[in-house]
Each structure stands twice: as structure tokens, then as C-alpha cells.
Write a protein of this length. Structure first.
Length: 364
């Protein structure tokens, strides 16, 4: 059974995401606490999927977000423009001069190496994106008049504030009304929820949003924490057997029959720079497993899951094929982990070569 995806000819955009885009400051091989210089990137869990679909797979994408109208805001906008993602739906907030009332988000992120894990230190309180609220976006214009094949958002944006949670519900309802496929990456982050109600609030918000989701994406911790589903037979959340995860997904799709697809990466962390990596996807009552990538060497793991999500979206939009979707997702996520920054630098040809079993010989 295929997903009911609108034809590209009837839509202005293949995909639109809703989320915060931050300025990522990366100390490279060093540590945040001792850095004397940082490389700047843009990144955001939801936006990263739009950029991957545009740069790797050539689809037409846009992001719905907000920035302060100052030099930092326009720097992040410039990064987005370089990625080819449309900026039509960015909301600009007046700068108060010092960030007392509204700011742009910063994300200090170090990659980790060996026994030292990656570290994220976001500085995103009171940001322009976190102040977005219901009524700010004309969803009927976007989904109705312009037309969008696929809408993607996630649990990071929903956790930024009470109003972003409400806006997320408003958005997924509007997408449903206009026949746009909705995907949602649970992306559970305890740090985002701990001061606004913790695990209980996370489950309350995510379970409400889940009612309107067609394609649910998340790892084992996401499904457990955000939706309250236990993984039977798992001793830790770090390494879960495929069969145990399948049982959890089957429980989830019974409770949320609107889920047409459920997908996750399966990552066993050996060290920060070596992971066993694969993916699994449920669709129409069947499970589809990707090629396995044992001992995948990692340069920068941040954004690997987002690249998986964009690969899954491409597989469905291009082929409407579940097995191809999980293969494109797993390979794209694996390749994204071999380059720095939140966003993928891979090409479609590289993705296809990877899941076909191609090696790492020099290309001449």
C-alpha cells in the first residue's frame, strides 16, 4: 500500500519544515570550554531535513521559522539561502538592541572522539522561534493555495515553549486538512522539557500531536519517553534488539492507527567515533530493514538522524516504496555522519552507491 502523496506538479513545494534554526558554533577537534575559535554552521532538527532534501536530492523545500532582525539573524538566513532552502516563511522580529525581549538561538556543539562523547550546549532561551504562536502563520495559504507534498516538524520545536507546542498542533491539523503528508521526529531532549513539566508534559504534548501524524520517526528512547511505550526485553536504551523494537512499534501503531509509517535508526555506540548503524521502518503491516553498517566511522554524529529522516521522505516522494525509503534514509544518515556540521554534504549518487554496497575507494 502506497502513501497518498500529492503529485509534484500540483504543489509549489515538495517539503516544508517548521522549526528553529540556530547558529552552530563548532570548536572542531577541540573542546567548547577551551576553544579560541569556532567554525559557524546553521542547524536545527526540523530544518536539517529540508536542507538535505534540497542539497542532496534536489527537491523544492522551505522552512518556517523566526529570527531577530539583526546581523546574527541575517547570518543564519544567509546559511539557509546557501543551502537552497526557500526563506519565504521566515518571520522577522524587531531587535531590542541587547536581546532582552527576543534573541537568536546559538548552539555550541563539540563532536567528541573515542571515549569522549559529543556535547551539545544550546543557548536558545527566549528566541524568536520559541515565541512563534498560533495565528502567526497562514497555513491555509501554504498548504491550500501554494500546495505542499510533505510537512515535517518535531519534538524539539514543540518543546521550546507552550506556544510552539500549540503552533505545532495547529500546523499538523492544517496539513491534514489539505492532504499533505505529515512526518514528525520525536527527538526527545530531556534538557528542553525539564523546566516546563518534564517527562509528563513531554508525553502530554507529543501524544496530542501524534494524533495527526502520518510518518512517525524516532529512536527507542524517543518512543519510550515521548509517547510512553516500553521496549520489552531491553536492559538499556543504548542497544535494543530489533525484535524488541518491532514489538514496541506494533503497540504504537495499534494505539495510533493514523501512523502509516514508523521508522527509526538503530545505533549501537561503540565509541563516539565508531557506531554500528542501521535502520528499520514499518509500513502497511510489514517491517523493512536497511543494509547494516557495522563499525561505521563517525566524524560528527549531530544531524545523522535528521539526514535519515530526509532520506526516508525522499524514498517515499520519489518512489513511494518503503524498502527504498529505509535504504535511502540509512545511507544518507551514515554519510552525513562522516562530515562536519548538522547538515548533509552527500550527493544522491553517493547515497545510492552506499546502500548498493559501494566501497570507499578513491573516485577519479
Amino acid at each position: 500500500m502506497s502513501l497518498q502523496i500529492k503529485p509534484a506538479t500540483s504543489c509549489t513545494f515538495d517539503q516544508i519544515s517548521l522549526g528553529e534554526v540556530m547558529l552552530r558554533l563548532d570548536p572542531g577537534e577541540g573542546r567548547i570550554r577551551t576553544a579560541r575559535s569556532f567554525q559557524a554552521w546553521e542547524g536545527g532538527g526540523e530544518y536539517n531535513t529540508s536542507r538535505g532534501l534540497r542539497k542532496c536530492f534536489g527537491l523544492k523545500t522551505a522552512v518556517v521559522t523566526a529570527f531577530v532582525d539583526n546581523e546574527v539573524g541575517h547570518l543564519v538566513e544567509d546559511f539557509i539561502m546557501q543551502g537552497g532552502v526557500a526563506t519565504d516563511f521566515i518571520k522577522w522580529r524587531e531587535d531590542d538592541g541587547i536581546g532582552r525581549t527576543v534573541r537568536n538561538g546559538l548552539n555550541f556543539t563539540e563532536r567528541g572522539f573515542g571515549i569522549r562523547g559529543a556535547v551539545g550546549n544550546p543557548d536558545r532561551g527566549n528566541t524568536a522561534a520559541s515565541q512563534l504562536k498560533p495565528g502567526d502563520i497562514d497555513w491555509d495559504h501554504i498548504f491550500g493555495k501554494l500546495g505542499v507534498r510533505w510537512f515535517h516538524t518535531g519534538g524539539i520545536f514543540a518543546a521550546l515553549s507552550a506556544t510552539t507546542a500549540e503552533l505545532t498542533v495547529e500546523a499538523v491539523k492544517a496539513a491534514n486538512k489539505h492532504g499533505t503528508i505529515v512526518s514528525y521526529d520525536l527527538n526527545y531532549r530531556p534538557s528542553l522539557w525539564k523546566t516546563i513539566g518534564g517527562l509528563k508534559k513531554a508525553q502530554e504534548v507529543n501524544r496530542e500531536i501524534a494524533k495527526y501524524v502520518d510518518v512517525m520517526i524516532g529512536n527507542e528512547e524517543d518512543f519510550t519517553a515521548s509517547l510512553g511505550f516500553a521496549v520489552k526485553g531491553a536492559e538499556t536504551l543504548g542497544h535494543i534488539e530489533t525484535d524488541a523494537f518491532k514489538a514496541m512499534i506494533e503497540t504504537a501503531v495499534k494505539e495510533f492507527p493514523n501512523f502509516k509509517v514508523a521508522a527509526t535508526t538503530l545505533r549501537h555506540v561503540i565509541t563516539a567515533t565508531k557506531n554500528d548503524w542501521s535502520a528499520i521502518l514499518w509500513h502497511a503491516g510489514k517491517f523493512h530493514e536497511s543494509r547494516q553498517y557495522p563499525g561505521l566511522e563517525i566524524l560528527d554524529r549531530v544531524g545523522g538522524g535528521d539526514s535519515f529522516a530526509s532520506g526516508v521522505q525522499f524514498g517515499f516522494m520519489e518512489f513511494n516504496d518503503a524498502q527504498k525509503a529505509v535504504e535511502y534514509g540509512a545511507a544518507h544518515g551514515a554519510l552525513a555522519s562522516t562530515t562536519p556540521g548538522d547538515t548533509s554534504m552527500a550527493t544522491r549518487k553517493e547515497v545510492e552507491k552506499t546502500f548498493a554496497g559501494g566501497g570507499a575507494r578513491v573516485v577519479r
